[in-house]
Design a protein around this ligand. Structure first.
Ligand SMILES: Cc1ncc(C[n+]2csc(CCOP(=O)(O)OP(=O)(O)O)c2C)c(N)n1
Ligand SMILES: [Mg+2]
Length: 369
């Protein structure tokens, strides 16, 4: 299929994108799924220790990450954010290097728990295991962006269970009061490990809480990639205009167990699991693009073959890379183990990324709300 750079079907026009954009979005959703499936195979084959999956979240993640500007805006991801990280500049190889905890893993040089992806170069924050702690990091970045007048937006994302942590209330209240360029995304998959949503929340939607902070709360179908894109675009535009934060709740599905150490058939009925597949964003987006004339069988086959080759090459590369040297295990943990000026093997990336960092003090003094 000859989709040109400028070609725009009615579907693309309806969201202000080109057909090439839509194909790139589809490719990212499909790549995330393929990387994820590979991770499970590698785990079951005893090659990688732990998988926490993004399957069922990919469509929402790609749609929501898309309107943000790479290497300008910031995202504080969570453990299911594989598609988010791919949409924001990481590669299949970067993800698998983290899974293998290799010395050259760009997320942390093999120091982080698997699934804790981060990439300084792409303004993707490293995350902590206690859920929702990334909230305060992202709100802090949004505050810095506002003080510096850099026009940047900070977004963080987490599950509905995590939304009940105190950090979320504090961060959202602060961001709302100060009209920060901040977006909170809740990827509601209906479970926090084995605990169903009804046991986590006394309201059907996390987004219902937004009115308590005086900000918009949007519920969006997480299997509808373009609906997620639209909701995110509106939130990004609002943040850049200086109109403050938005809470977006994407209703997604968790297609796998919580993690590779969990057996979900103990607490999820078979019928529910079978029914979930009909809400999967990947086939839904593919069908939508076929119907709109953006994708045909030939283009789909080409994309599928490219992704297969990419995931195979990424696996081979990660397998072959060296493990971290055990004598470096304590590097970058305590200040006294900070080895001179040598940057860590995985690098600090291309700088802090916050525009206007120079002359902080005067920028801060000049800030007004
Ligand atoms: C503060 C804290 N409490 C408990 C845990 C253990 N834990 C890890 S993931 C998780 C479930 C979180 O559920 P949710 O936010 O809905 O995200 P999901 O895994 O469903 O995507 C829990 C309880 C943790 N990591 N941090
Ligand atoms: Mg959940």
């Amino acid at each position: 299929m000859a989709v040109s750079r400028k070609s725009q079907t009615a579907l693309a026009q309806s969201v202000g994108l080109t057909d090439v954009d839509l194909l790139a979005m589809f490719r990212t959703v499909a790549l995330a799924r393929a990387v994820d499936e590979r991770m499970w195979i590698l785990n079951r084959a005893g090659r990688i220790p732990f998988v926490i999956s993004g399957q069922g979240h990919e469509g929402a993640q790609v749609g929501i990450a898309w309107p943000l500007e790479r290497r300008k805006d910031f995202i504080a991801p969570f453990y299911r954010s594989i598609a988010t990280c791919l949409a924001f500049g990481m590669t299949a190889q970067d993800i698998l290097m983290a899974q293998y905890a290799k010395a050259t893993d760009p997320s942390s040089g093999g120091r982080q728990m698997p699934g804790h992806y981060g990439n300084a170069e792409n303004n993707l924050l490293s995350l902590s295991s206690p859920v929702a702690t990334q909230m305060l990091h992202a709100v802090g970045i949004a505050l810095a962006a506002k003080i510096r007048g850099s026009g940047q937006v900070a977004l963080t994302t987490m599950g509905e269970g995590s939304s009940n942590q105190g950090d979320v209330h504090e961060g959202l209240n602060f961001a709302a009061i100060h009209h920060l360029p901040f977006i909170l995304v809740i990827e509601n998959n209906g479970y926090a490990i084995s605990v169903p949503a009804a046991r986590q929340l006394a309201t059907p939607n996390v987004a219902d809480r937004a009115s308590g902070y005086g900000i918009p709360g949007v519920v969006v179908d997480g299997s509808d990639v373009l609906a997620c894109y639209r909701a995110s675009k509106e939130a990004v535009d609002r943040a850049r205009r200086g109109d403050g934060p938005t809470l977006i709740e994407a209703k997604v599905i968790r297609l796998t167990a919580h993690s590779s150490d969990d057996q979900q058939t103990k607490y999820r009925p078979e019928q529910e699991l079978a029914e979930l597949r009909s809400h999967d964003a990947l086939p839904r987006f593919r069908d939508e693009l076929h119907a709109a004339g953006v994708l045909d069988d030939e283009a789909e086959a080409r994309i599928t073959a490219e992704i297969k080759a990419e995931v195979n090459a990424a696996t081979d590369h990660a397998e072959a890379e060296p493990d971290p040297d055990p004598s470096t295990a304590m590097h970058w943990v305590f200040a006294e183990d900070w080895p001179s000026e040598t940057p860590p093997a995985w690098g600090f990336g291309g700088g802090h990324g916050l525009a206007g960092h120079e002359g902080d003090a005067s920028a801060a003094e000049g800030a007004s709300d």
